[in-house]
Design a protein around this ligand. Structure first.
Ligand code: IMP
Ligand code: MG
Length: 198
């Protein structure tokens, strides 16, 4: 795996983001709304650098299934959100790719009577946006490659890496092949049991 952003570079980016957010919001209380699961590491680091009062809440969004590297249908869950009426809200996600996740979530949050709703992403992929909305704060613009680590996953793996890495085509292919092999093995086991041969 190729390192795209080291943990030192990520830390410097998050310091810069925290400073930019406070320059706009001032010392007013901020409600940080993280997007599960990819934003967990970013939220944990960001809230410790955001000086001043902060509340944290999470929503869930997913558009990837298993070993896909291009988005599928978007699913959202917002049932853990507190009352946002009158609050200054900062929606925080790991990466802005097509922008569909952020756009849909901003629309949902916009209906809840917040005083303001802004958005922050650690990463934005160049040339991929399919929506007019842009995040208010962007940590790093990156090329159109599939990245993992620092919260971002591929098929549920690699979120724990302290740096951001580019997953090469052969690593993606190997993970897909392993997934196909284990699905086949499970199907064979089910057939054997059904035949009474297991
Ligand atoms: P969007 O709706 O297309 O902007 O996709 C945003 C979501 O897709 C992010 O929150 C990530 O969960 C996921 N995603 C997009 N690109 C990558 C990537 O390169 N690595 C891992 N996850 C990604
Ligand atoms: Mg995500």
């Amino acid at each position: 795996m190729r390192v795209l952003l080291s943990s030192d570079e990520l830390a410097a980016g998050i310091d810069r983001l925290a400073t930019e957010v406070r320059a706009v919001v001032g010392r007013r209380p901020l409600t940080v709304v993280g997007v599960l699961t990819g934003s967990i590491v970013l939220v944990a680091d960001l809230i410790r650098r955001l000086e001043g009062p902060v509340q944290v809440s999470m929503v869930w969004a997913s558009s990837y299934r298993g070993t896909a590297t291009r988005p599928g249908e978007l699913e959202l869950r917002l049932d853990l959100l507190p009352d946002l009426a009158g609050r200054d809200v900062l929606l925080v996600d790991d990466i802005f790719d097509t922008g569909r996740t952020l756009e849909a979530l901003l629309e949902e949050l916009g209906r809840r009577g917040a005083a303001s709703v802004r958005s922050l992403v650690l990463l934005a992929k160049e040339g991929r946006a399919e929506v007019a909305t842009r995040p208010d704060f962007i940590g790093f613009d990156i090329p159109d490659e599939f990245v993992v680590g620092y919260g971002l996953d591929f098929d549920g793996a690699w979120r724990h890496l302290p740096y951001l890495g580019v997953l090469e085509e052969d690593e993606i292919a190997a993970t897909r092949a392993a997934r196909v092999a284990s699905t086949r093995a499970a199907e064979v086991a089910v057939c054997r049991n059904a035949d009474g041969r297991g």
